[in-house]
Design a protein around this ligand. Structure first.
Ligand code: GUN
Length: 284
């Protein structure tokens, strides 16, 4: 068996096209959606991600503004910036790129964002809404994963979903979103013993650990869907996910590539959340 490769770039294009139409409607009613991105420090990967997000917004007609701070900026300076953006009627979405430099409490900063402008879905109010199944603004990477599954008409209801990696950004919200859609969910973490015993049960296997090669072919159930969230730069310069792609591809039915899988979907869902926040603000 050779898995079908899920084309995240193509599906993201579909999502962005939908957004472009919604932006046109908003503009015709006098609202231009606006996204503000706050970035602190010099992390090169974060800079690339932020550039991609700004570019995607421009593609669909969203106004974007970037607020850059040096790594030496204080927590209070960043919170003050966020509070100002909360009050700005031209800004409908606020994103603080993570990770923040050591010494800054991310939670404090994220709680400073007005929940209705929290297009990352990280504010406790949005996390709470997700937990009880009433997501206002869902976190972008899990939303992108669900959208990919839906696009490919991959069943979620009644399936075994195994998630490897229990982060607040990906693993935990992905578990909640799949649970909400009727999957039986196992959420594994870095302490999980005998990981293969879980992964081999997975009809849907989501891997988000930042550890290249953590999932090998024999750990994948025959016929599974494998969603690889990892983005790792090897010492030879090659970009790879967390999954041994060739090994997994020989057992899975569907698999996402790295690059070109989950990454573009995360960006497309950020665009979608920003449009949604603008629609709410405009009363649409
Ligand atoms: N850093 C890595 N992924 C993300 C994300 O989805 N949102 C933000 N704000 N920072 C990130």
């Amino acid at each position: 068996m050779t898995a079908k490769i899920i084309d995240g770039v193509a599906i993201a294009k579909v999502v962005k096209e939908e957004c472009r139409n919604r932006v046109e409607i908003l503009k015709s009613k006098g609202t231009t959606p606006g996204l503000a991105v706050v970035i602190v420090g010099e992390d090169p990967a974060s800079k690339v991600y932020v550039r991609n997000k700004i570019h995607a917004c421009e593609e669909v007609g969203i106004h974007s503004a970037i607020h850059e701070f040096p790594g030496t900026a204080s927590q209070q300076e960043i919170i003050t910036c966020v509070r100002g953006l909360n009050q700005d009627p031209a800004i409908h979405g606020i994103l603080v790129q993570l990770p923040l430099p050591a010494g800054i409490e991310s939670r404090r900063v994220l709680e400073g964002i007005a929940a209705e402008k929290d297009v990352d879905g990280f504010h406790l109010r949005n996390v709470g809404a997700l937990t009880v199944g009433e997501p206002a603004l869902p976190p972008c990477t899990p939303a992108g994963i669900v959208r990919m599954l839906e696009h490919e008409k991959i069943a979620i209801w009644g399936q075994n979903a195994v998630i490897v990696g229990a982060s607040n950004i990906v693993g935990k919200p992905a578990a909640l979103m799949l649970l909400q859609r009727g999957a039986t969910v196992s959420l594994c973490n870095s302490k999980t013993q005998n990981l293969a015993q879980y992964t081999i049960m997975a009809d849907i296997l989501v891997v988000a650990t930042g550890r290249p090669g953590i999932i090998t072919g024999p750990m994948v159930k025959k016929g599974a869907t494998v969603i690889d969230v990892g983005i790792n730069r090897l010492s030879n310069g090659k970009l790879v996910g967390d999954v041994d792609f060739e090994g997994a591809r020989n057992r899975a039915t569907y698999i996402t590539p790295v690059p070109g899988g989950v990454g573009p979907m995360t960006v497309a869902c950020l665009v979608s959340n920003t449009v949604q926040a603008a629609e709410r603000a405009a009363g649409i």
